[in-house]
Design a protein. Sequence first.
Length: 128
Amino acid sequence: MRWTYSCPHCEAMLNPDETVILLAEQRSDIFLVGLHPEPGNYRAYMPPGHEVENGSRWNFRCPVCHHNLTAAIAPDLCALDMVSGGVKHRVYFSRTAGEQATFVVSAEGMERLGTDAGSHSLEMLELI
């Protein structure tokens, strides 16, 4: 199955290859990170020499328009648009390193993925 991700602000495609490319930043540490495209797979590809401390909170930005991807309705999460099998979804994922919480929202409902997904109250999430 193929997942195609885009920025919810500028609609730029964010995974031209096998990873979703985002701009990650925490304080003065800014770099490109690759995230596995499969919802619920928490593998991240970091540049050499960069380490992420579990529990640290990160901002993610679109590498094209530089818009902050933090979800206005859930500030602990970031949001991306995703198309899979011709169906549009909104994918929310945790901004906290080491936290496994992903939410895939479509017109059919919401799927919660990850061991930490239950710690978020997300009844208000919807496809925009």
